[in-house]
Design a protein around this ligand. Structure first.
Ligand SMILES: C[S@@+](CC[C@H](N)C(=O)[O-])C[C@H]1O[C@@H](n2cnc3c(N)ncnc32)[C@H](O)[C@@H]1O
Length: 224
């Protein structure tokens, strides 16, 4: 739900981001947040889902977290955000509280290369927005924490095509996924999980999901 509190914080963060870019603030000190339209896109992906568990890698000061948390507030769910910069973590906490979203978002502070593998949870949506060279290990670490029907969203695949082209190609060639590059803002790779990586897979921990890789062979429905 996008109420006035959320809108006010988003507007302030957009203004701060604009000012930082204009003043030429060093990259590592800037929020480096997603475009507003990408935020709206993330919101629209999660808002219709019931009990939507979201993992975000690269929370920065909370701009994209706020879009995601406002989205999951509609029908339930939570956002778990990972961030390693202590100053950004502090700002993240302030901004999430100011937006009134503390009940829908939490933060794990530390290097996601260590914190992500240690998370024992199952996610419906995974949003990757950290350093480009880490996308592949982060994807691999999160791959075992999702079930069929889950969605990976990776930002910057067109703005950083040299670094992330291999990421998109690998996802598009993976038969356990259906993956497409969406040319919105800096480019988003959307990868839907069709089935578990291993056939024995173990027991699903979130109630299980269907194998989506051959879902049109059942009875009924007109053929075209
Ligand atoms: C592009 S910014 C994220 C912007 C944020 N998603 C938003 O739209 O508001 C990338 C963030 O990832 C964080 N980061 C980079 N490497 C990380 C790591 N190994 N573990 C945790 N956070 C990391 C950076 O500190 C930075 O804040």
């Amino acid at each position: 739900m996008l109420d006035d509190r959320v809108r006010r914080v988003l507007a302030r963060l957009e203004e701060e981001d604009r000012a930082e870019r204009e003043q030429g603030v060093a990259r590592e000190l800037r929020a480096r947040q997603v475009e507003r339209t990408t935020g709206q896109f993330l919101f629209s992906l999660v808002a219709p889902q019931t009990d939507c568990e979201v993992l975000e890698v690269g929370g920065s000061r909370g701009y994209s977290t706020i879009w995601l948390a406002a989205g999951v507030r509609t029908f339930g769910g939570r956002v778990l955000s990972l961030e390693n910069d202590p100053r950004k973590c502090e700002a993240w906490r302030t901004n999430i509280a100011e937006a009134g979203l503390e009940a829908w978002a939490s933060l794990i502070e530390g290097d996601a290369r260590e914190t992500l593998p240690a998370i024992d949870d199952v996610f419906d949506v995974v949003f990757l927005d950290a350093e480009k060279e880490d996308y592949e290990p982060f994807f691999q670490a999160a791959r075992g924490k999702v079930e069929p029907g889950a969605l990976f969203v990776a930002d910057n695949v067109l703005s950083h095509e040299e670094a992330l082209g291999a990421y998109s190609r690998a996802r598009q060639e993976d038969p356990t996924l259906e993956s497409v590059t969406v040319p919105l803002d800096r480019g988003l790779e959307l990868s839907v999980v069709l089935r578990d990586v291993s056939s024995d897979g173990g027991s699903p921990r979130k109630g299980g999901g269907p194998d989506l890789s051959d879902s049109c062979t059942g009875s009924g429905g007109a053929s075209s």
